[in-house]
Design a protein around this ligand. Structure first.
Ligand code: SF4
Length: 480
């Protein structure tokens, strides 16, 4: 043991133990926990505070084989039994020590092993998908927690705003406080807790995995049915007999029914109502207004503001105009008076029904939190003496990677860069160390002979019964 790791005689006599599960190397007094609260000193013995988590009816107890052969397809099948997750498994540090658990099993007669550990991820973050049309902030804007930069706004998706949070630059590249706040925010998000995020030049949004986002204090209810143009395409036939014109107000693509291919196809008569913005193709307009928290993700409280002019050669008194947003949350009915000015009126029941159908076709708005991390570094050394072979084995689908028993998406290309939906993982799957970094469970499942071939620690494999006999466990039945 190096001098740095060794305890002094006084410390030993005081019953202090050294935790070497991460580079912080805590000296822990009797009855106390280390800096991350994951390890404690119980009567002079270093223990992992949380029990090892087993999944009750895992997808992993059985594996799928190519029909008519004993070759594994690299897929995990349904089955009975228990699966040992990395939650509470303890960490190896430095990583070249074998993983804490190498569990053998024999599903459908094939010898399999699952290598189980808690990985310490300095290179990690979350991708957050927020189902809302409301403008959260400009792309690339900084996202803050308690005033510290923890990420940025990235490209919007179809009906969702996206944030990229964490990552090595915020964890290690800024001030100590920035790293600490980033780590705490990631930990809370990954453990499915609510976190309030402030976006520079934009909104404040409360995000919690698998729960509706709250934008500037207002819970979001609906995810848009599509863009303004798509809404026209979907509902044009249902509007045709009840309206003369429909404008679907959308920050991205506003749709104008009679100009749009959807209206023309139904032989609808042009109304001469022109909207602001840049025309893309007939009946499809970009940038009709600045983005904001109003109609269709624009800043507008009054939709009539997007009407640039009404052409007297085509429009007529009594023309019936519906204006609606992409979620149906905002809708207004107008008729043109003798000066061809839109006057608000009561929406006919048949039109209201279609507006309600827009809302009905919206899905509930949720926040989704995907944990993303690189497991391609030294963590692999706890699995095999020849780490690159593990990467190759994952690439060839011979090794299945799971986090807390949930199959991870592994990015193509180099390394083992993975993503997983935290909402599917057992509760409190994540921890942290003050380096700062997140601690996440990770399991590698593969055939025993493949494991031996890639230089694994096959001789250390134990059975599930051995694990149950020697460790405090918790059976998790959520999400099963
Ligand atoms: S921070 Fe946690 S894992 Fe790291 S040495 Fe301290 S108790 Fe051990």
């Amino acid at each position: 043991m190096s001098d740095e790791l060794a305890l002094s005689t006084v410390e030993r006599e005081a019953g202090i133990v050294r935790c070497d599960a991460c580079p912080v190397l805590c000296r822990i007094r009797p009855g106390r926990a280390g800096a991350c609260d994951r390890y404690a000193n119980e009567a002079g013995k270093l223990v992992r505070v949380d029990p090892l988590v087993l999944l009750a009816k895992p997808d992993l107890a059985r594996v799928a084989f190519i029909e008519g052969s004993d070759a594994w397809r690299g897929e995990l099948g349904k089955g009975e039994g228990a699966f040992v997750t990395g939650i509470g498994a303890t960490t190896t540090y430095p990583d070249y020590k074998p993983a804490p658990f190498i569990v053998s099993s024999k599903p459908e007669g094939a010898d399999m092993v699952t290598v189980v550990t808690e990985g310490i991820f300095s290179y990690c973050g979350v991708k957050v998908k927020i189902d809302t049309d409301r403008y959260l902030g400009p792309e690339q804007a900084t996202v803050r927690v308690a005033g510290e930069a923890v990420g940025h706004v990235t490209t919007a998706e179809y009906g969702s705003q996206m944030l990229s949070l964490g990552g090595v630059h915020h964890l290690t590249g800024g001030s100590k406080k920035e790293g600490v706040v980033t780590c705490a925010s990631l930990l809370a998000l990954c453990n499915r807790e609510a976190v309030e995020l402030a976006i520079d030049g934009g909104a404040r949004v409360v995000v919690q995995a698998d729960k509706p986002p709250v934008v500037n204090g207002v819970p979001e209810e609906r995810m848009r049915v599509g863009c303004g143009s798509a809404a026209i395409g979907m509902f044009a036939p249902q509007w045709k007999d009840h309206v003369d014109e429909v404008i679907v107000v959308d920050d991205h693509i506003t749709g104008v029914l009679t100009e749009h291919q959807g209206g023309r196809f139904l032989d609808m008569k042009p109304t001469g109502i022109r909207v602001r913005g840049r025309k893309s193709t007939p009946g499809r307009y970009f940038q009709v207004a600045a983005p904001g928290l109003g109609w269709g993700g624009t800043e507008l409280a009054d939709p009539l503001q997007i009407i640039e002019k009404i052409d007297g050669k085509q429009a007529w008194p009594g023309l019936r105009l519906l204006m609606v947003s992409t979620t149906g949350e905002h809708a207004a009915w107008f008729e043109l008076d003798h000066q061809l000015k839109p006057q608000p009126g009561d929406m006919p029941a048949a039109v209201r029904k279609v507006v309600e159908r827009i809302a009905e076709n919206c899905e509930p708005a949720l926040s989704t939190v995907l944990f993303m991390a690189g497991a391609g570094g030294s963590l692999r050394a706890g699995v095999t003496e020849n780490p690159v072979r593990l990467t190759h084995s994952v690439r060839e689908s011979l090794t299945k990677v799971t986090l807390g028993g949930v199959p991870a998406y592994v990015w193509p290309g180099g390394g083992i860069t993975l993503m997983v939906d935290v909402a599917k993982m057992p509760e409190k799957s994540f921890g942290y160390v003050p380096t700062p970094a997140l601690v996440a469970p990770i399991e590698f499942t593969l055939r025993a002979d493949d494991y031996a071939a890639l230089g694994g620690y096959a001789s250390r494999a134990v059975t599930l019964e051995d694990v149950l006999a020697r460790h405090r466990v918790r059976l998790d039945e959520t999400n099963q």
